[in-house]
Design a binder for this molecule. Structure first.
Ligand SMILES: [Zn+2]
Length: 249
């Protein structure tokens, strides 16, 4: 596309078009890498092999490096002392801070929902909890349903400031990677916990709804710690040049 525009009478346009194309290539590299990390194709602690990314995306090293720098800037990747970058291993302190705050927010949301939810919203939450228990035992399906369930609790809380806070919190949770529902047994426990929270909301028991939502996040945190420990273990066993890993992309 840049070549075609270079033939324009105005040389300035050609320059602009080339810059635009570079921008698009960079966006493409960034989106592809972000997608691969989001889908767990690169695991926390895994080294990102630049050469193979170039081959995979069929683009030059410069936009790949720029895309990697951007992903480093948002904390998804981290630079290694020996050179190269790896998918960030979030430290336990940051994760425990994140979940501690989430516990407060989810507790508040469920408590406020018990107070302010309309009868229609309560019925919807009951229906969502029921749907979850009928779904197959698949972490991806339950991840989606879990998000939907919590979103409806936030809405039923009828508090715009709470909505804003949970939105920013969820951006950080996304950075943690694999869903905690992939921990064996977690789906079943989570469904039971959701059901209990809905019952407390339906009973308009603010304190109980708050307590149960907090407990739900506490058990999600325990599952998260388990996942991080597993990822650390996998990273520790990995060869330094993770060549074979890129085949997964
Ligand atoms: Zn949940």
């Amino acid at each position: 596309m840049a070549k075609a525009r270079h033939t324009n009478a105005d040389g300035g346009n050609g320059k602009g078009a080339a810059k635009q194309t570079r921008g698009r290539v960079l966006e493409h590299a960034y989106d592809a890498l972000l997608g691969a990390i989001r889908q767990g194709k690169f695991q926390p602690g895994q080294r990102i092999p630049e050469n193979e990314i170039c081959e995979w995306l069929n683009i030059s090293r410069t936009p790949i490096r720029e895309a990697l720098r951007r992903l480093q800037a948002i904390g998804l990747l981290e630079h290694q002392p020996g050179g190269g970058v790896t998918v960030s291993l979030h430290d336990f302190r940051a994760v425990s801070e994140l979940y501690a705050f989430r516990e407060i927010l989810e507790g508040a949301a469920a408590g406020l929902a018990a107070k302010h939810a309309s009868e229609t919203e309560v019925s919807l939450l009951k229906a969502l909890a029921q749907i979850q228990s009928d779904l197959p035992d698949d972490a991806h399906i339950h991840e989606r349903e879990n998000k939907l369930f919590h979103k409806h609790i936030y809405e039923a809380a009828h508090n715009r400031f709470l909505l804003k806070s949970v939105e920013s919190l969820h951006e950080s949770i996304f950075l943690l990677g694999r869903t905690t529902l992939s921990v064996p047994g977690r789906i079943k426990t989570s469904i039971r916990e959701h059901g209990e929270i809905v019952l407390a909301i339906a009973a308009r028991d603010q304190q109980r709804a708050d307590d149960l939502a907090r407990r739900h996040i506490k058990s999600a945190y325990e599952a998260r710690v388990l996942l991080i420990t597993e990822a650390l273990d996998v990273a520790a066993r990995q060869p330094i040049a993770g060549n074979a890993q890129v085949a997964k992309v």
